[in-house]
Design a protein around this ligand. Structure first.
Ligand SMILES: [Zn+2]
Length: 378
């Protein structure tokens, strides 16, 4: 493995119990109202952390599926991302007008207010951190895509289309816990919308189109039912979240959990400086991504692995290359190396073949070894 330049990746790869942090700072950081377990305080689970960070840096990675038993910090990790969210440009108009609508449709592409603002040279978007939207498990299709507001329809005898959870998740992270327990039609709607970046709802004569540029994270416990292989293939990265085997690490998890439970404010304070500098490195990586490119040699090597593994899906190279770009951006470089592709290969290549079965953890070990063997550079 090549030497890494960035602190960002070094922090994620550092294994085991980290050194005790500096004493809690006295000054108030405005954290009281939004205490959550810090992402960086999660012990181990490097693969999960890397995958989540890569998908935040580059939405084109195509989302992350976290597979593992309960109590392996999946939800804690996803919620911890809230402290690390990149800044995006979001429409400040209730109709969601954006400058690119003008490039495509001309001034008719935006509302009157926004047309006026653009005419005066004023911005119609504002910088804002990405948000986390969690899909409730009991969601109905209507809640997800939107539909007719029945209350308004009954009380006021007029029909109005309501926005769904998907449209609120535009340019945000949509987290679907226990995705394998959702109805297939809902999963399909979400994956279609995420792939297209927009979707249209039709109810009788009414139709409305919404942006749905989602960063998708799903989690599932394989003991509680499987996801169809076709659905798994539509997630960019697959993470196997296992419990820790190492006794010292397990103890550290316990100690940190108790410290957080007893004095959450102080615990969060102890991690605040690290979290803050990590977040600013994330922001830099997010900005850097647009300039990161792959050389033809690196592309050919990636394609060679996919061919040798006999993987059909064309999403595979898209994910592999985009994850490689995110990885290089995280490492403060503008060119993707073969080492970058190797670093993300297990995440991007596993379970692309449809040999999904009840013994899948065992099979996975074999497949992972096979992938690693192919990755050895001659
Ligand atoms: Zn507008």
């Amino acid at each position: 493995m090549a030497k890494r330049q960035s602190q960002l990746l070094d922090i994620l790869y550092s294994r085991g119990p980290a050194a005790a942090k500096q004493a809690a700072k006295q000054q108030h950081r405005g954290l009281a109202s939004e205490l959550r377990y810090p992402f960086l305080a999660i012990v181990g689970q490097t693969e999960m952390k890397i995958a989540l960070i890569l998908t935040l840096i580059n939405r084109a990675v195509g989302g992350v599926l976290l597979m593992g038993a309960r109590g392996t910090a999946k939800t804690t990790a996803v919620r911890g991302l809230l402290d690390l969210m990149p800044i995006i440009e979001r429409s400040s108009c209730e109709y969601g007008c954006e400058p690119e609508d003008v490039y495509i449709y001309g001034m008719d592409g935006v509302c009157q207010d926004c047309a006026k603002k653009l005419g005066m040279g004023d911005p119609i978007t504002q910088p804002e951190p990405m948000k986390l939207v969690e899909l409730p498990l009991n969601s109905r299709l209507e809640d997800v895509v939107g539909g007719i507001n029945e209350r308004v329809a009954l009380e006021q005898k007029r029909v109005r289309l309501e926005r769904g959870i998907l449209s609120y998740a535009d340019q945000n992270l949509l987290y679907i816990d226990e995705i394998n327990l959702l109805d297939n039609n809902i999963i399909d709607a979400i994956l279609d919308a995420a792939a297209q970046g927009q979707y249209t709802v039709r109810r009788g004569p009414m139709a409305s189109t919404y942006h749905s540029r989602l960063t998708l994270v799903g989690s599932m416990n394989p003991e509680e039912g499987f996801l169809r292989p076709q659905i798994q293939d539509r997630f960019g990265l697959r993470v196997l979240v296992r419990g820790m085997a190492d006794a010292a690490e397990r103890l550290e998890i316990y100690h940190r959990a108790m410290a957080y439970q007893r004095k959450p404010y102080i615990f969060v304070q102890q991690w605040a400086d690290d979290t803050e500098s990590f977040a600013s490195e994330m922001a830099e990586a997010h900005k850097r991504l647009a300039k990161v490119t792959l050389t033809p040699e690196v592309e050919m090597e990636g394609l060679r692995w996919i061919e040798r593994l006999g993987i059909d899906s064309h999403r595979t190279e898209l994910t592999l290359f985009e994850a490689g770009r995110a990885y290089a951006a995280a490492d403060e470089r503008l060119t993707v190396t073969i080492e970058d592709l190797q670093a993300v290969a297990l995440l991007a290549l596993r379970q692309r073949q449809s040999n999904f079965a009840t013994t899948y953890f065992n099979e996975q070990t074999v497949e992972d070894e096979k992938i690693k063997a192919v990755l050895v550079t001659p």
